[in-house]
Design a protein around this ligand. Structure first.
Ligand SMILES: [Zn+2]
Length: 80
């Protein structure tokens, strides 16, 4: 009986270790993904304007959205 119990515990430990390992690798993957999702470029004129690449960032300056925000920003600055 005792020996059987011991074997069960060992099995559980193996399962626990396997679960822990898979969870750790999952966590690692999530962290890597999170880092990859972080935007490197940010437009200071527009809120919530984040970009992965320099090309996207440059293209953003030509958009109506950015020009509209830039115009508004300038108007606010001129008022002060
Ligand atoms: Zn912008």
């Amino acid at each position: 009986m005792q020996a059987e119990k011991k074997n069960e515990n060992e099995e559980n430990d193996d399962i626990k270790a396997a679960i822990k390992q898979s969870k750790e690798s999952e966590k690692q993957n999530t962290e890597e993904k999170k880092t990859g999702e972080e935007k490197k470029f940010k437009c200071t004129t527009c809120k919530d304007a984040f970009f992965d690449t320099n090309l996207e960032f440059k293209a953003h300056f030509k958009t109506d959205w950015h020009n509209f925000n830039l115009k508004r920003k300038m108007e606010v600055m001129n008022k002060r």
